[in-house]
Design a protein around this ligand. Structure first.
Ligand code: 3HC
Ligand code: NAI
Length: 697
């Protein structure tokens, strides 16, 4: 798709319109187009100045991220901006939509900026693991002050039109005809001496106390700077705006940009950006599939999940009935919700008024009949298939045809529930993650007979609830929990072979997770997995022994760790160590010292292997979908891009080779490389090759 910059002259003023759908990213042809428009305006004696505008919903969304891996094509954005600053005629940016990253930097090359009511200005580069690379870290401080520019650049959060004017990023907010106002501004500027470009005026850098205020803002970012290289670079580059002449500061910013852009961490974050958007495209979904409106929702069960799910609807302004079997269970659930909202009010993240509004949207009810009016029902009762089938059979008769019937089951067979309902086309899974009011992932489970309309409705409502939906297929545990179970099995096995819970957890926190599997199990409660194993007739010797000893995790003060007097971080416990050693002996396993590297590989690679099986079976459509599941459902570190991206970064040949070694070492056949993994490894490919194929198809 060729980017275009159209050029016209109206009333002696040139208007360059950037029209490069969907978001006017600054591809090479757009940069060339802006440069050419400027040259034309300067060469034409009948033209007094130039307005730069964007067509469609965006002004300019920034650099074209898809160009990042490729050889650079001139002109660089920085050169275009310098040429704009050297212009002898006034340039005005008319910003009607998003001016992000390079888009805002381009606007900073103009003599003035006007914003429309829907404008948003921001420098989101930090989220991609980079920093603004075309003067953003240097010109913004001059304009709005370094102490304000720094948090804006380090957070990547945009400001709206009103705030942009308050800050001084834009001259005025225009409610009416933005282009007409921009032309007026050109005329005014052309009538007097041309204002100095930002580079020629230190602006707010020389305000009294500016340096101190900046250093204070930098201090507040010290922790992030230690963990995120782009944040450290942002701080230093903004600091350079005080200390270095503009050309040297621009060069230093550019050097930071190139180094960060080529770092695997930024590559991973860019992968996440595209994978998230790709996941929104549902394979096999007919183009004309439309979501049904959901005016009223119902949630069955007011337990851990039901309550959190109901809160999601209330937070989105959608009335929801939360239904229980008896008044007591309902009251317990309502109390828990009230407590969570009260904490938000206390923390200042929710107003008293909003709290009251949200609580009023959640109506408690007893008995399934209360679901009959809903447009969407989400079942979150106990994890028992017979109970769920019974409930779906009733739902099939009491709800209106077309009501979407969803289950929040973690593992169970949605097809069986669908069959029981007698309305299989309306049935699917909507698998939230705990805590459901916080975690952003929503696995949407497409069952064998789920209709495109039901699927579209679930995806649409997921977005309204501000969730990240990923469509997956039916299998035991779907994508996330199925992969997790491989990690859980290895974690337990590593204990038996000689590792301590703390060593296993450390491997994962060093990898970038916030918590290791055992700290996590202690937090969630060991009884959850115990109940599931009992139902399935499986065993995990260490975990089962802990449960039998009454060590159910933090809630009992003891689990894999000890939590003396309500401590939230556990301490290693000799009793647990002894219990593990007895279990090893009973299994005849000789304990040994296990390296950190082996622990990490044995936790991560089996998950990747399971991910390969999931792809092979078509349970997930693309490797990126699996990555999105892990990022938003399990807090996989974003700068490692998700398990499948990570596998590509390591190299599939190495992953396959290590899996073979561990399969032989442990005698565990599930560790043998999955056929898809083995094939890609042999071909020297990555999972990304599948993503490219899926996109082409
Ligand atoms: N480059 C290339 N493609 C981009 C893009 C960019 N900067 N921004 C968005 N797109 C693509 C998306 O991939 C998507 O493509 P698809 O339809 O094929 O999936 C399409 O544009 C629409 O994007 P969204 O689905 O996100 O649409 P929304 O309307 O929800 O959001 C947006 C639009 C607010 C612009 C959002 O896309 C966004 O935040 N984009 C990223 C902006 C960004 O990070 N800019 C900084 C880039 S780095 C930079 O500028 C460096 C400079 O300092 C030198
Ligand atoms: P829970 O035990 O906290 O809550 C279940 C609630 O359902 C109880 O309050 C119970 O009284 C109620 N209930 C039972 N039968 C009912 C019926 N016929 N009608 C209405 N309410 C009824 O369980 P939890 O943890 O909330 O799990 C619910 C479902 O969500 C399960 O299928 C579980 O697998 C799934 N899930 C759980 C997650 C978790 O981390 N706890 C995460 C994702 C899914």
């Amino acid at each position: 798709m060729a980017g275009t910059v159209s050029y016209r002259v109206e009333d002696g003023i040139a208007v360059a319109t950037i029209d490069h759908a969907p978001v006017n990213a600054l591809s090479a042809d757009v940069r060339q187009g802006v440069q050419a428009a400027l040259a034309r305006a300067l060469a034409d004696d009948a033209v007094i100045g130039l307005v730069l505008e964007g067509a469609g919903r965006a002004f300019v969304a920034g650099a074209d991220i898809t160009e990042f891996g490729r050889p650079p094509v001139p002109p660089a954005l920085g050169e275009v901006i310098l040429a704009m600053q050297a212009s002898s005629k006034p340039l005005v940016a008319a910003i009607q939509g998003v001016a992000f990253g390079g888009g805002l930097e381009l606007a900073l090359g103009c003599h003035a900026r006007l914003v429309g009511p829907r404008a948003q200005l921001g420098l989101p580069e930090v989220k991609l693991g980079i920093l603004p690379g075309a003067g953003g870290t240097l010109r913004t401080p001059r304009l709005i002050g370094a102490d304000r520019a720094l948090p804006m650049i380090a957070s990547g959060e945009p400001v709206d039109a009103r705030r942009a004017v308050e800050l001084g990023l834009a001259a005025a907010l225009i409610e009416g005809d933005l282009l007409a106002a921009a032309k007026d501004t050109v005329r005014q500027l052309a009538a007097g001496p041309l204002p100095a470009p930002i580079d020629a005026d230190r602006g707010r850098l020389d305000a009294p106390g500016a340096r101190e205020a900046f250093e204070k803002a930098a201090e507040a970012l010290a922790r992030r700077a230690a963990e995120e290289p782009q944040v450290a670079a942002i701080i230093q580059s903004v600091r350079n705006s005080f200390d270095l002449p503009m050309p040297a500061a621009l060069q230093a910013e550019r050097d930071f940009f190139v180094a960060l852009r080529d770092d695997p961490r930024s590559k991973a974050l860019r992968h996440v950006f595209f994978a998230e958007r790709e996941a929104a495209r549902i394979p096999g979904q007919p183009k004309d599939a439309r979501a049904r409106p959901v005016a009223r929702a119902a949630v069955l069960g007011a337990g851990t999940m039901g309550g959190g799910i109901a809160m999601n609807f209330a937070n989105a302004g959608i009335p929801v009935r939360m239904i229980e079997t008896d008044a007591e269970a309902l009251a317990r659930g309502q109390k828990r919700i009230a407590e969570i909202y009260a904490v938000s009010v206390k923390r200042g993240s929710l107003t008293e008024e909003a709290r009251a509004q949200r609580l009023a949207l959640i109506e408690g009810a007893v008995g399934l009949e209360a679901a009959s009016e809903a447009d969407l029902v989400i079942e979150a009762v106990f994890e028992e298939l017979e109970l769920k089938k019974e409930i779906f059979a009733k739902l099939g008769t009491i709800t209106k045809p077309g009501t979407v019937l969803a289950s929040n089951t973690s593992y169970l067979d949605i097809d069986a529930m669908a069959a029981a309902s007698g309305r299989a086309d309306d049935v699917l899974g909507m698998h939230f993650f705990s805590p459901a009011n916080v975690m952003k992932l929503l696995e949407i489970v497409r069952a064998e007979k789920t209709s495109p309309t039901a699927l579209a409705t679930a995806v649409d409502i997921a977005r309204k609830l501000k969730k990240v939906p990923v469509v997956v297929g039916v299998c035991y545990g779907f994508v996330g929990n199925r992969m997790l179970s491989r990690r859980t099995a290895q974690a337990e096995r590593l204990l038996l072979e000689g590792a301590s819970p703390a060593e296993v957890d450390k491997a994962l926190t060093d990898f970038g997770f916030r918590m290791g599997p055992f700290a996590m199990a202690d937090l969630a409660g060991l009884d959850i997995g115990w109940r599931i194993r009992k139902a399935n007739g499986t065993r995990a010797v260490v975990a089962d022994a802990l449960c039998e000893a009454g060590r159910l995790g933090q809630k009992t003060g003891r689990g894999y760790y000890a939590y003396p007097e309500g401590a939230r971080t556990g301490q290693p416990d000799a009793e647990v160590q002894a219990l593990i050693e007895r279990a090893s002996a009973a299994q005849g396993i000789a304990r040994r010292q296990i390296s950190q590297q082996e622990i990490t590989e044995r936790l991560i690679y089996p998950m990747i292997n399971e991910g390969a099986r999931i792809l092979e079976e078509g349970i997930a459509a693309r490797p990126g979908d699996i990555d999105v599941v892990w990022l938003y459902g399990y807090n996989w570190p974003a700068w490692k891009g998700g398990p499948m991206h990570h596998a590509d970064a390591v190299g599939l040949a190495k992953v396959a080779e290590r899996l073979s070694v561990y399969a032989a070492q442990t005698g565990d056949a599930t560790l043998q490389p999955a056929p898809l993994l083995a094939r890609l490894a042999a071909e020297g490919q990555g999972f990304s090759a599948l993503a490219a194929q899926a996109k082409a198809a």
